[in-house]
Design a protein around this ligand. Structure first.
Ligand code: HGY
Ligand code: MN
Ligand code: MN
Length: 427
C-alpha cells in the first residue's frame, strides 16, 4: 500500500494527464477535460469519505460532516448536549482545477488533492474532526478562456455579476451562454455558498511559483499577503497597407506601436521596485506577411503588493500609451478585464498554520504572493491562510513546473497537523 505522499504524487500525475489539448496540459472553464477532471477528483473524494457535488458554476465540492465523539441527535446537535451548544462550523480547503495553456500539473490541483489525502489519512488513523470540512475544486481561476479570472470562486462566494456573464471567449460565446448550457438552459447568479459566521476559514495549499523557498532551502512557507492585480485588453488601431509600397513615414503600423508600448511597460516595471507588468497574449490583424498590421489586440497584466504603487504605475502606463498613440497616429482602446486589490491573509489563521509549519519543518517564514489565487476571492467569505510549497527553479505556468515528493510530504504533514490542531481548539 502506497503511503499518503506516494498516493498524492500518483494522483497529481494522473490528473495531470487530463487535458483538452493532446500533448500538453490545458484545462479551461467547463471544458470536456474539466468535466473529466471533476469526475476523477470526485471519485478520490468519495474514497476519502466525502460526499460530492458540482455547483452551478462547475465547482467540485467535497464535504465531510463534523464527527463528534458522540452521535448527533435528530436536531443535528451533539446528543446529550444542550440544544444551545453551537453547531459545528465549516473549514474550507481547496484551489482550482483549471490550468493555463501548456501548464504544469501542480498549479491548482495540489491544493485540491492534498486536503483529500490528508482527510483520508486522518480517517485511516481514526481521528475525527469536530467541524465540517469542504474541499473545493474551483472551475476557473486562471482566466484563460474568458479574460477575467476567478469565475469559479466568485460563483462560490456569490460575487459573480451580470457584467461577468457578458464576457465572450475567442469564439464569441459568452460566460452566460456557457453557464446556461452547463445548467440545462437555466442559470441564475448564485448566492454565497456559506454565511461568514458559519466558517472557520479557508486554507489554500499552492505551489509558490517563485524562487524564495528554494533560496531559503525550505519546503514550505506561509503567505502574508497576495499582490493586487489589474488586467486589461488593449486594442491598437492604425491602417493596414501594402508592405512593399507604403513609405515608412506614411505608415500607421499598429504592431510597431504595440511593440514600443511593450518595451515601455517593461522599462516602467524594471524601474519600479516590486512591480511586474506582462503582455502575455497578442494578436495581429489582418495577419499577412506583406500587409502592414492595421490592428493589434493584446493583454496587459500589472501587479504589485501595494495598491497605491500599482495604481501610480497604471497612470504612468496610461500616459505612455497616449504618447505612442499620438506620435504614431494610432487609436487605442482599453478594456479592464480584472481588478483585484492586494489582500492580507488572516493573521490568526495564518499563525495557526505557521505553528504547524514550525512543528513539522522546524522553521516557518512568511512571504508575499505575486501570483493571484482563489484565496483573494475567498477572503470576502472567510478568513484566509495559504501554505506555499517550494517550486523547483521557481518555475510555473510551464510543463517543467515541479515540486519534489519530499516537499509534498512536508506539506501533507503540515496540513494534517493543522487539521488536528484546529480540532483540538474547536472540541
Ligand atoms: O495569474 C496568476 O497569478 C495565477 O496563476 N492565476
Ligand atoms: Mn496559475
Ligand atoms: Mn494557481
Amino acid at each position: 500500500m502506497a503511503n499518503p505522499t506516494q498516493q498524492l504524487v500518483a494522483m497529481l500525475g494522473e490528473l495531470g494527464r487530463v487535458t483538452d489539448e493532446p500533448g500538453r496540459l490545458t484545462r479551461t472553464f467547463l471544458s470536456p477535460a474539466m468535466q473529466r477532471a471533476n469526475a476523477l477528483v470526485a471519485g478520490w473524494m468519495k474514497d476519502a469519505g466525502l460526499t460530492t457535488r458540482v455547483d452551478a458554476v462547475g465547482n467540485l465540492i467535497g464535504r465531510v460532516g463534523a464527527q463528534f465523539c458522540c452521535a448527533l441527535d435528530h436536531a443535528g446537535t451533539k446528543a446529550g448536549h444542550s440544544k444551545s451548544a453551537p453547531l459545528p462550523k465549516t473549514l474550507l480547503l481547496g484551489s482550482h482545477l483549471d490550468t493555463v495553456r501548456d501548464a504544469g500539473k501542480f498549479d491548482g490541483p495540489l491544493g485540491v488533492l492534498l486536503p483529500i489525502v490528508a482527510l483520508a489519512e486522518l480517517k485511516r488513523r481514526g481521528i475525527t474532526l469536530p467541524f465540517h470540512v469542504e474541499v473545493l475544486g474551483f472551475s476557473e481561476e486562471e482566466g484563460v478562456r474568458f479574460a477575467s479570472a476567478y469565475l469559479g470562486s466568485e460563483g462560490y462566494c456569490g460575487k459573480l455579476t451580470a457584467a461577468d456573464l457578458t464576457m465572450r471567449d475567442a469564439d464569441g460565446i459568452s460566460v452566460g451562454e456557457t453557464l446556461k448550457k452547463f445548467n440545462d438552459g437555466k442559470f441564475f447568479l448564485p448566492k454565497p455558498a456559506h454565511k461568514r459566521s458559519n466558517l472557520l476559514g479557508y486554507c489554500e495549499v499552492h505551489i509558490e511559483q517563485g524562487p524564495v523557498l528554494e533560496a531559503k532551502k525550505l519546503s514550505v512557507g506561509v503567505v502574508s499577503a497576495i499582490a493586487g492585480q489589474s488586467r486589461f485588453k488593449l486594442t491598437w488601431t492604425g491602417k493596414a497597407g501594402h508592405a512593399g509600397t507604403t513609405p515608412m513615414a506614411l505608415r500607421r503600423d499598429a504592431l510597431a506601436g504595440a511593440s514600443e508600448f511593450a518595451v515601455g511597460i517593461e522599462a516602467i516595471a524594471r524601474h519600479t521596485p516590486g512591480l511586474v507588468a506582462t503582455i502575455g497574449a497578442l494578436t495581429v490583424s489582418p495577419g499577412a506577411a506583406n500587409v502592414i498590421p492595421g490592428e493589434v489586440v493584446h493583454t496587459l497584466d500589472v501587479r504589485h503588493a501595494r495598491d497605491s504603487v500599482r495604481r501610480a504605475a497604471l497612470m504612468q502606463i496610461g500616459r505612455l500609451a497616449t504618447r505612442i498613440a499620438d506620435e504614431r497616429r494610432l487609436t487605442r482602446c482599453w478594456q479592464r478585464t480584472q481588478e483585484n486589490g492586494a489582500v492580507e491573509c488572516s493573521p490568526k489563521l495564518t499563525a495557526a498554520l505557521a505553528r504547524s509549519v514550525q512543528a513539522v519543518q522546524g522553521k516557518s517564514i512568511s512571504l508575499v504572493s505575486g501570483a493571484g489565487h482563489d484565496a483573494v476571492v475567498m477572503s470576502s467569505l472567510a478568513p484566509i491562510a495559504m501554505l506555499f510549497v517550494r517550486s523547483r527553479d521557481g518555475l510555473s505556468h510551464h510543463p517543467d513546473e515541479f515540486t519534489s515528493a519530499h516537499d509534498l510530504d512536508v506539506a501533507l504533514r503540515v496540513i494534517t497537523d493543522f487539521l488536528q490542531r484546529l480540532a483540538a481548539e474547536n472540541s
